[in-house]
Design a protein around this ligand. Structure first.
Ligand code: HEC
Length: 154
């Protein structure tokens, strides 16, 4: 069902009802890469299935990709209906640069491609600790993961 003000020709994610729920954040008019598409919609150009488990009420209400929790600008976001819980930023700076020595973020080391994959697929951070179950555990093909990884690293 299309939402009011949601032009389905421009934003495929609108079909899933994100448009007005994103707090007015701008979504790209079209996706420049498969990785970006996966980040926003949780679907792939390849047509291969992408599935997730967990994610709590927010994921059940919103569905979609990473953007519904981590934000269109990857700076993190509040979760529905538990607005007091926040998904962390997924910018390159937050995942990699801020963790480098002197970056001031010392709860765990910086991510590399292997630990990032483990976090997304298994919900385990670089220190070996489990992420909250509000972070869904994802499953996708290897080539889709490579595309998403590339998107997260820029
Ligand atoms: C339903 C909301 C939700 C969705 C959708 C979601 N996440 Fe998360 N994510 C979270 C929350 C909440 C955390 C924080 C968990 C914690 O602190 O234990 C998190 C944490 C993470 C982390 C760890 C960040 C850090 O600083 O250690 C990564 C990496 C991550 N998410 C990637 C993704 C990717 C990639 C996607 C899409 C494929 C995605 N997430 C989709 C809610 C979500």
């Amino acid at each position: 069902m299309a939402l009011p003000g949601c032009d389905r020709r421009r934003v495929s994610g609108c079909d899933m009802g994100h448009g007005t729920m994103m707090g007015g954040e701008a979504w790209p008019a079209s996706f420049v890469s498969n990785g970006e598409r996966i980040y926003f919609t949780g679907t792939s150009n390849s047509g291969n299935g992408i599935t997730s488990s967990g994610g709590g009420m927010h994921q059940r209400m919103m569905g979609g990709g990473c953007a519904s929790c981590h934000g269109a600008d990857r700076r993190g976001g509040r979760l529905m209906p538990q607005f007091w819980k926040k998904a962390p930023p997924l910018t390159r700076e937050a995942l990699i640069d801020a963790h480098e020595e002197g970056g001031g973020h010392d709860d765990h080391g910086s991510y590399n491609p292997d630990t990032l994959k483990r976090a997304v697929f298994e919900g385990i951070d670089p220190s070996g600790a489990s992420l909250d179950e509000l972070m869904p555990r994802w499953s996708m093909s290897d080539s889709d993961w490579q595309d998403l990884l590339e998107y997260l690293r820029i």
